[in-house]
Design a protein around this ligand. Structure first.
Ligand SMILES: Nc1ccn([C@@H]2O[C@H](COP(=O)(O)OP(=O)(O)OP(=O)(O)O)[C@@H](O)[C@H]2O)c(=O)n1
Ligand SMILES: C[C@](O)(CO)[C@H](O)COP(=O)(O)O
Length: 398
């Protein structure tokens, strides 16, 4: 049941990520095969109770931003400022015309936020007006002097680590940011601190230890290893497809239009290479085959471009929390010659699947003029896929 109040989210992504070392702004680097910002933003874009997601970016990053979040629905990005606080303020001003009741403010550098934390943030803001996710502190914390001597040992039971998304009534946090800007205050490291400064009571709700901020290069190394360890269920699948030649002047092969003296007789575009790859991926998922997902009797697939089928299979892997490690396809034909087309085909498959081209192999063989491929009555293709799934994957539960 959707909540009655209108909730928007701001993703602050205008920082330079200097503490994370070389490699460009950290939010545009990959972690677990996806950019940090894509992971962070998709959680908000896909949450059913959020109607608008407002990114805040550095103007220098316009092109990488668009590439990194392609496919996600969001407000036009607005430019951030020199500090996180200034960037949040810019996001709030950009959202004002949308008149949200509640706003969640999230670091693009926290890619592991879950739908559960987002739901708790919305609930907490609805109940309290201002709330921050926290986790307990497990080490003893020392307050030290400039000389490095311990000045105090705060009572640990009262300490919490603050995370994002921090959640507020929209008008209240917008007013607080405007007031801080008017009064020349630009030193707040989070929005809760700024709200406290205006005298507001800020509540807490349960954060998530996994929802950590990627700050240093060590954070990237550790989290990459953690994600890889989670994907410990390594599976392979194989696929095979054949299409006969008919009249025509071109063939679709591995997503590439290849001029030829014949065409394919097929319900779809007849792309045997992509069809074999789809079956290999579905096989690795133990998720039926291409015919069970796209029945040849269904008129909607007549003449369909097969890149749709391949994207669909890749989405099935992603939806199970998995990743494709590699794809390989072997074309069996006398003609056309595949060698000169190999890298174009690899690039096209990489484009469709979102994989790096180094994970895509295209091979070819003739059948020494034997059989139907040897007589040039059609083309066959075999494929294999290696995918990694979370170790506790139980399929779709069918
Ligand atoms: N001027 C700034 C500074 C930070 N941020 C964003 O605020 C979040 C948390 O900040 P932090 O981890 O400090 O990121 P950076 O400022 O990029 O890191 P660094 O201090 O290492 O340069 C990040 O998503 C960052 O992009 C922002 O939008 N505008
Ligand atoms: C907002 C924040 O993520 C809460 O923990 C944090 O304060 C931002 O980090 P920064 O390194 O101070 O920008």
């Amino acid at each position: 049941m959707p909540r009655p109040e209108r909730t928007a989210a701001i993703l602050v992504a205008a920082g330079r990520g200097l503490r994370a070392g070389a490699g460009g702004p950290k939010q545009y680097r990959e972690i677990g095969g996806q950019t940090v910002i894509f992971r962070a933003m998709q959680a908000f874009c896909r949450h059913p109770d959020i109607f608008a997601v407002q990114p805040v970016v550095n103007p220098d990053d316009a092109a990488i931003f668009n590439e990194a979040v392609a496919g996600l629905r969001h407000q036009p990005p607005t430019n951030g400022g020199a500090t996180r606080q200034a960037s949040v303020h810019a996001g709030l001003e950009a959202l004002a015309a949308e008149k949200p009741d509640i706003v969640l403010i999230h670091d693009a550098a926290r890619p592991f936020v879950t739908p559960g934390v987002i739901s708790r943030a919305i609930d907490a803001a609805g109940r309290t007006g201002a709330a921050v996710p926290t986790i307990p502190v497990t080490d003893t914390i020392k307050q030290v002097s400039d000389a490095g001597n311990v000045e105090a040992t705060p009572e640990r039971a009262k300490l919490r680590i603050a995370q994002t998304p921090q959640a507020f009534r929209f008008d209240v946090i917008l007013d607080a940011h405007r007031r801080a800007a008017r009064e020349g205050r630009s030193d707040f490291t989070d929005d809760a601190a700024l709200a406290e400064w205006t005298g507001l009571t800020v509540a807490t709700f349960e954060g998530d230890p996994a929802n950590m901020k990627l700050t240093t290069s060590e954070d990237f190394i550790r989290e990459e290893a953690r994600l890889a360890a989670q994907l410990g269920d390594i599976r392979t699948g194989t696929g095979y497809d054949v299409h006969a030649f008919g009249d025509g002047d071109h063939l679709m092969l591995c997503g590439v239009r290849v001029p030829h003296t014949r065409g394919f007789l097929a319900h779809s575009d007849g792309d045997v290479g992509l069809h074999a790859l789809v079956d290999a991926i579905l096989g690795a998922l133990a998720d039926g085959d291409i015919g069970s997902h796209f029945p040849p009797t269904d008129p909607q697939w007549k003449g369909a471009a097969s890149d749709k089928f391949l994207k669909y299979a890749v989405d099935r892997v992603t939806a199970r929390g998995g990743r494709i490690a590699n794809l390989e396809v072997t074309m069996i034909c006398e003609r056309p010659k595949i060698g000169p087309l190999r890298d174009v085909m690899r690039a096209r498959i990489a484009e469709i699947t979102g994989l790096d081209i180094s994970r895509v192999a295209v091979k070819a063989t003739t059948s020494e003029r034997l059989g139907f491929t040897g007589r040039e009555e059609g083309i066959a293709a075999t494929a294999s896929a290696t995918i990694r799934l979370p170790w506790n994957d139980k399929g779709w539960g069918e």
